[in-house]
Ligand binder design. Structure first.
Ligand code: PRX
Length: 652
């Protein structure tokens, strides 16, 4: 384990937004002394209000809090229009396609594209303020236009990651009661076309879909089916649209978007983010954590289907007027030099990716960064999962040439933006450690029983004890689930506080290290996966009687998916390999390739208490080939533990 502390690069610090720990502490002190005054000063400085707000924070109905009440703004205006005066010819988006095709979209072009798109949605599709629009798109600029067009007219977008299956897409469409889907015929991956529109067709093919119209961006021009009266070509309709559409004045607390994420039950939650608080924190964290300067080029490799893509490809960078790179392809294709070639070509200054990607790039192209001039890099970021020390070291020494700060950003879909992260010019960094809460974020590790802050060297639950502007505002259509999921487990001084679901510990300097989820959510390649969701999918296989899914450490993906399957008694496994394939096929259909299991074992039974609760801790230990240390005498059938252990030993 690396123990060193790395001081910020002094040359970088001299120009940084936050230059040293004194500045950090001063900001934190200000937030502690006058919490509302702290946020007010930034809201006044950063947001172009159409109408000023009257109250900074209303906690009277906590945990349903309201920020900047009475204010009116428009997020698309904040991200685009207001930059026209000073930055009209600046690149807003630099797009690189899978096959190396390139496009630079200036702020003025972005303005026209978003306006036209907004007019299309309004005029041709009848989309109004508050309507839900599902976006199922590849990583192409039109995906960003679609998001901003929705924001412009006050429609609520719900992006569904393009790797999700038709079933998963349908669930999300139905839960949000979306009336429009925006998609593409398909896109390119590793120079070959892949398709999205057929998945949309399938998702809409059963029952009474709420979707009335589908807009199709023709990206790869492969043949797709068109349903008359429902499906329309974006490329055709956009031609006749006027390039001006007035931005809808939105209340600070009107919803901006929904993003479905996994929880501990089988059904994903529609995490709701609202306007002002979200965009404020997206912009502030861009400025603080990535320290993007006017002439910088910033690249985040995420997909817009995840929160990282929302906040740190589209909303955050554009709100601050930065140049954001959007990449359609696969970072290891045609080889593991692809990202470094792009860094060289676009002179990228900030590079933000997930530890899984770093591990793959390290493993498959350890020396590739040395083949390119990547000296433009200043800040390197990681997100989504813990980074292991060897990957960190390679990222720091080889990619960052031992001069770039590494910001290990800890946050979640629900937090809207970073909450614990180093500041590149100020925070001495410790490898694989998220370090300190950002100024204004009252993140504390609490003892789940007493609610007291844990001490140095101790672990507890990662909580946030005061509301913050970009926090989740609700679970779509389910206020009870919102309260129960986030404000049910930990109380500080008798008051429920936001619990992230993660465990964490403090070191002797008060630095925070995230140790992983405390619930049944696993983290596969930086993507959150509810084990209950995978179990629900596997149960759809007709031969399956019972199933339990757990996470297992995986060299590249961080965690892999391990399923224990009990088959129905009259269906013993004739051909295990075929049965595994069949189960994975069901998963592919129900969720998508991202949920395919790394291991499936056919167990004679599951370790359960007498009340029927599956003892997952035992199953996790067995999956990791660890000794089972729990007391198993109280299980309904203790012998099942040994039987499973023996089965796994035989397999290894
Ligand atoms: O477990 C934490 C992990 O990812 C979860 C959030 O997943 P999601 O909502 O999909 O958002 C991912 C992108 C922000 C968290 O509950 N996680 C996120 N960042 C880190 C992390 N674990 C360790 N270190 C991080 N930097």
């Amino acid at each position: 384990m690396l123990k060193e502390i790395y001081q910020p690069n002094p040359e970088f610090s001299a120009n940084a937004a936050i230059k040293n720990m004194d500045e950090y502490n001063a900001l934190m002190d200000k937030a502690k002394e006058d919490y509302e005054g702290f946020w007010k000063s930034f809201a006044d400085e950063k947001i172009d209000w159409f109408k000023p707000y009257t109250k900074v924070l209303d906690e009277s109905n906590a945990p349903f809090v309201r920020w900047f009440e009475g204010g009116k703004l428009n997020v698309a205006y904040q991200c685009v229009d207001r930059h026209i005066e000073k930055r009209k010819n600046k690149a807003a988006i630099i797009f690189e396609g899978d096959r190396g095709d390139k496009q630079v979209i200036t702020y003025l072009e972005l303005y026209y594209n978003v306006n036209r798109f907004a007019n299309l949605l309004k005029e041709d599709f009848g989309v109004k303020k508050g309507d839900r629009v599902v976006i199922y798109m590849p990583m192409i600029p039109e995906a960003a236009y679609a998001m901003l067009a929705c924001a412009r007219i006050g429609a609520i977008h719900s992006i569904v990651f393009g790797g999700f299956s038709a079933e998963a897409l349908r669930d999300r469409i139905e839960d949000a009661e979306a009336k429009v889907v925006i998609t593409a015929d398909g896109a390119y991956r590793k120079e070959k076309p892949y398709m999205l529109k057929p998945v949309v067709d399938e998702a809409l093919s059963h029952g009474n879909s709420p979707v009335q119209k589908v807009l199709v961006v023709e990206r790869n021009n492969e043949d797709v089916e068109w349903v008359a009266g429902r499906d329309y070509s974006y490329n055709e309709l956009i031609k006749s649209k006027a390039a001006k559409c007035d931005p809808e004045p939105m209340d600070s607390e009107d919803p901006l978007f929904l993003l479905y994420t996994s929880g501990s039950t089988g059904k994903p939650k529609g995490v709701q983010h609202n306007q002002a608080g979200y965009i404020l924190w997206a912009q502030m964290t861009m400025e603080w954590v990535f320290d993007v300067k006017e002439n910088d080029t910033y690249w985040c490799t995420a997909d817009i289907g995840w929160i990282t893509g929302h906040t740190y490809i589209v909303y955050g960078p554009l709100a601050m007027g930065a140049t954001t790179v959007m990449f359609e392809g696969v970072i290891t294709y045609p080889d593991a030099g692809r990202p470094w070639k792009m860094v060289e070509e676009y002179k990228i200054n900030q590079f933000y990716t997930a530890p899984t990607a770093i591990r793959v790039l390290h493993k498959t192209g350890e020396n590739e960064p040395n083949n390119y001039d990547i000296s433009s890099l200043k800040v390197l970021g990681t997100v989504g999962e813990p980074i292991d020390p060897p990957a960190w070291k390679w990222y720091y020494e080889v990619v960052g040439q031992s001069k770039c700060a590494i910001v290990d950003t800890y946050w979640q879909t629900e937090t809207g933006g970073h909450i614990v992260s180093p500041l590149p010019g100020a925070t001495p960094i410790k490898p694989a450690c998220a370090t300190l809460p950002l100024p204004g974020i009252m993140a504390e590790i609490l003892d789940p029983q007493t609610g007291a802050k844990v001490g140095a060297g101790e672990s507890g639950y990662m909580c946030i004890t005061r509301p913050w502007p970009s926090q989740i505002r609700g679970v779509w259509g389910d206020p009870e689930r919102f309260k129960k999921s986030y404000f049910g487990d930990v109380k500080k001084d008798g008051v429920p506080v936001y619990f992230t679901g993660d465990g964490a510990n403090y070191d002797e300097n008060g630095y925070i290290t995230i140790t992983g989820r405390t619930d049944d959510v696993i983290n596969v390649s930086g993507h959150r996966m509810g084990t209950a969701e995978v179990e629900a999918a596997i149960k759809k296989h007709p031969n399956v009687a019972e199933v339990a899914v757990v996470g297992k450490p995986h060299e590249i993906k961080g965690e892999g998916i391990f399923a224990y399957v009990v088959l129905k008694s009259d269906n013993s496994v004739a051909d295990e390999v075929e049965e595994v394939k069949a189960i994975n096929k069901v998963i592919q259909k129900e969720i998508g390739n991202i949920a395919i299991c790394d291991d499936i074992v056919f167990a004679p039974g599951l370790p359960k208490t007498r009340s029927g609760k599956i003892m997952r801790r035992i199953l996790r230990a067995i999956a990791k080939s660890e000794a089972v240390t729990q007391d198993i005498s109280t299980l309904e059938d203790p012998s099942v533990v040994e039987k499973i252990e023996n089965m796994i030993k035989c397999k290894c």
